[in-house]
Ligand binder design. Structure first.
Ligand code: PEP
Length: 248
């Protein structure tokens, strides 16, 4: 039994004070008995400013795989742990395309985050070019294989399937497509590890999820929740999606 997850990726949005107001409102609006694991991923500067509550977990949007040193602009896992971070988004398509992150380095980050006791949310997904060339599954398989290359077990790993062409575009993958790729991810995880471990890995979908499409997407086969960008910036919309997922 996998607990549903709704994670909000704020990207480079919200100051620490805006984040604090958001978190206070969210905690007020969220029911006390939600079955959903809610994760909020503010920018690094906002990590210490959100209210502390059992109603949500704190996530970061990236980290480095080294412990410390001359890595200007980077952040370490111990710095994140010190801010009570439990989850780290890794390999987001914006990190891959804008900041040229490569699968091998993403793999090192996944292993570092796990060995330091946090949970990586490994993002995978094809570009529009790869989709049009029929390479979606090949891309996802490669990203999974290399992203998980340095880990011994799939425990505590979350996979986010985020087709790049659906991120921030208003385009969503069809329910059939999402089900097909999520099932493919589950099979690939089984090949890379074992059936029992792969069955426990949450596979969440990201790509223009909103309160209008959340219901049909969460009911798609093998979808265990969402990673949400744009719609996670508005507390009402975000809570609405959490409540939709809570109902399943
Ligand atoms: C994301 O950034 O991970 C994302 C899914 O963004 P959006 O919901 O805006 O498409």
């Amino acid at each position: 039994m996998i607990n549903p997850i709704v994670a909000g990726n704020w990207k480079m949005n919200k100051t620490p004070s805006e984040g604090k107001i958001f978190s206070e409102k969210m905690v007020e609006k969220l029911g006390s008995k939600s079955s959903v694991d809610v994760i909020v991923c503010p920018p690094f500067t906002g990590l210490s400013s959100l209210v502390i509550s059992t109603k949500f977990h704190l996530g970061a949007q990236n980290c480095h795989f080294e412990d410390s040193g001359a890595f200007t602009g980077e952040i370490s896992t111990s710095m994140l742990l010190n801010c009570n971070v439990e989850y780290v988004i890794l390999g987001h398509s914006e990190r891959r395309s804008i900041f040229h992150e490569k699968n091998n380095d993403i793999g090192k980050k996944v292993s570092k985050v796990l060995s330091d006791g946090m949970k990586p949310i490994l993002c995978v997904g094809e570009t529009i070019d790869e989709l049009n060339k029929g390479l979606a599954k090949q891309t996802v398989r490669r990203q999974l294989k290399l992203g998980l290359n340095d880990v011994n077990s799939l425990n505590n790993i979350i996979i986010a399937y985020e087709p790049v062409w659906a991120i921030g575009t208003g385009l969503t993958a069809s329910v059939e497509k999402v089900s097909e790729i999520h099932s493919f991810i589950r099979t690939t995880l089984k090949d890379l590890s074992s059936e029992s471990e792969s069955n426990n890995v949450p596979i969440i979908y990201g790509g223009s999820v909103n309160s209008g499409n959340a219901d049909e997407l969460i009911n798609a086969h093998a979808v265990n929740g969402f990673l949400i960008g744009g719609a996670s910036l508005d507390v009402d919309k975000f809570v609405e999606i959490i409540n939709i997922v809570d109902k399943i």
